[in-house]
Design a protein around this ligand. Structure first.
Ligand code: ADP
Ligand code: GN1
Ligand code: MG
Length: 369
C-alpha cells in the first residue's frame, strides 16, 4: 500500500495535526499493520493502524467492541492504581471521525487505530530467565486485571478457537481432500498428530465439563504479542487483543510456555535448536504465578505443564492443516513454511516430553508457594 492510500485511511480517524508519512510495521501472521507519523503543532507523533483480517475475524465490529471494553477497563485500573505512563501500559483505541472504534475504507476493508507505544519492542526469542519472568508476570497481571470486567460476556471473536476436537475435525477434512497433494510430504507429521489426538483433548474437555473455570483470556499470548520496555526489559503491555474472549487461563499460559521456553523461533528449520529450556520454564512460571496464584483453582494448577504441550500441539496441528489446505490462513514467506512451523512445534513437544518429570516437579514446587 502506498503512503497516499495509507494517508487517506489514517485521516478517517480522529487524529490532530498534519499527516506526514506511513509505512508497514511489525511481523504478525494475521493482520496488516502500519505506522503513521503526524506533525501535531511541532511534535512528531506516531499512530498504529491495522487492517483487520476480515476472513479470520468475520465480525470486526464485535472484535472492536471487545477491545474497547477491555482496554477501557484496564486503563481504569491503571488510573485507580496511580500508575505512571498509563498510555504505554495498555493499548489505547483512537476513534474514527464518526466516534466508532473502527473505520471502513473504499474497498470495504476494516481499519482500527491505536496510539503508537513508543520506546518499546517485541522479542522473537527469550534471551534470559529474567525476561521470561517479566513475560509471565505480564500475562498473569492481564488476566487479573480482567477478572472483574463487568457483564455482558465478551463476544466469541473466533468461536472454538482453541477447541482441539474441532481443530482435529478440520485437519481430518483437509487430509481426506488433500487439495494440493501435499499429504505425502507430511507423512511423519500426520502420524504424530494422529497418535497424540487423545492426549491433546484435555483442555477442551476440562473446560467443557466445568473442571476448570471459564475466564476472560487473551488466547494469543505468544511472546511477540507483549511489548517490552526498551529501557529495562520489563513487559510493558499486552497487545494484539483481537482474540480476547472467554477461555481458560491455561490457553494463555500454554501459549507463553510454547513461545518463551525455547530459544528457537517458531519457524526455525534447524530442529536441533528447538529445545524446551527448564530454567526459562521455571522463571516464566514464577512470574506468571506471582500474579495468578491467588486466583487459580486446583484443577488449573494440575494442568500447568500440560497446557504448554497442549497449545504447542494445537498450533502444530493448525500449521499442518493450513499447509494441507494450501496456506490460506497464516502469512507465509517461503514454500513449505507452514510445514516447517509444524515440524518445529512437534520437536518442541518431544523435547517437553523428554523433560516431563522435571517440569512437573517444578510446577508442584511453585504452586505450593
Ligand atoms: P498481528 O495480529 O498481525 O500479529 P499485532 O497486533 O500483533 O498484529 O501487531 C503486529 C506488530 O505491530 C506487533 O508485534 C508490534 O511490533 C507492533 N504493534 C502493534 N500495535 C502497536 C502499538 N500500539 N504500538 C507499537 N507497536 C505496535
Ligand atoms: C497468529 O496474530 P498473531 O500472528 O499474533 C494466530 C495465533 C497463533 C500464531 C502463531 C488469530 O497470531 O493463534 O498462535 O499466529 N492468531 C490467530 O504464530 O489465528
Ligand atoms: Mg501479533
Amino acid at each position: 500500500m502506498d503512503t497516499a492510500v495509507l494517508g487517506e485511511v489514517a485521516r478517517l480517524f480522529a487524529i490532530y495535526g498534519e499527516f506526514e508519512s506511513a509505512s508497514p510495521f511489525g511481523n504478525g501472521h494475521i493482520n496488516d499493520t502500519f505506522q503513521s507519523c503526524w506533525n501535531q503543532a511541532g511534535t512528531r507523533v506516531r499512530y498504529t493502524h491495522q487492517r483487520i483480517n476480515h476472513r479470520v475475524f468475520v465480525h470486526p465490529d464485535e472484535v472492536m467492541e471487545n477491545i474497547s471494553r477491555v482496554t477501557g477497563h484496564i486503563a481504569g485500573k491503571l488510573l485507580a492504581a496511580g500508575e505512571k505512563d498509563r498510555s504505554r501500559r495498555t493499548l489505547t483505541v483512537v476513534p474514527a471521525l464518526d466516534g466508532k472504534p473502527f473505520a471502513r475504507d473504499a474497498e470495504g476493508g476494516w481499519w482500527r487505530t491505536y496510539l503508537f507505544i513508543e520506546g518499546a519492542h517485541t522479542m522473537a526469542v527469550t534471551a534470559s530467565p529474567k525476561e521470561a519472568r517479566f513475560l509471565g508476570e505480564s500475562i498473569g497481571r492481564f488476566q487479573k486485571q480482567l477478572a472483574d470486567l463487568p457483564p455482558p460476556r465478551l463476544h466469541d471473536a473466533i468461536p472454538d478457537f482453541h477447541n482441539m476436537e474441532k481443530r482435529y475435525a478440520r485437519f481430518y477434512d483437509a487430509l481426506s481432500k488433500d487439495p494440493c497433494g501435499r499429504a505425502k510430504d507430511a507423512a511423519a507429521e500426520i502420524a504424530f498428530m494422529k497418535e497424540n489426538e487423545e492426549r491433546g483433548a484435555i483442555l477442551t474437555r476440562s473446560l467443557r465439563e466445568g473442571k476448570i473455570p471459564e475466564r476472560i483470556t487473551h488466547n494469543d499470548t505468544k511472546m511477540n504479542n507483549i511489548l517490552i520496555d526498551d529501557k529495562d526489559s520489563h513487559a510493558l503491555s499486552v497487545i494484539d487483543l483481537d482474540t480476547v474472549m472467554p477461555g481458560t487461563s491455561l490457553f494463555d499460559l500454554g501459549d507463553l510456555i510454547r513461545t518463551v521456553t525455547t530459544r528457537a523461533e517458531e519457524d526455525e528449520q534447524d530442529l536441533s535448536k528447538v529445545e524446551f529450556d527448564l530454567a526459562f520454564f521455571e522463571s516464566l512460571l514464577e512470574g506468571y504465578l506471582s500474579e495468578a496464584l491467588e486466583f487459580l483453582g486446583d484443577e488449573e494448577k494440575k494442568l500447568i505443564a500440560e497446557s504448554g504441550r497442549n497449545i504447542t500441539q494445537i498450533m502444530g496441528l493448525r500449521f499442518l492443516t493450513d499447509y494441507l489446505e494450501g496456506d490460506h490462513y497464516y502469512h507465509t514467506s517461503r514454500p513449505g513454511h507452514n510445514l516447517d512451523r509444524c515440524r518445529n512445534q512437534i520437536a518442541l513437544i518431544k523435547s517437553m516430553d523428554a523433560k516431563w518429570d522435571e517440569a512437573e516437579r517444578i510446577v508442584r514446587r511453585l504452586v505450593k508457594g
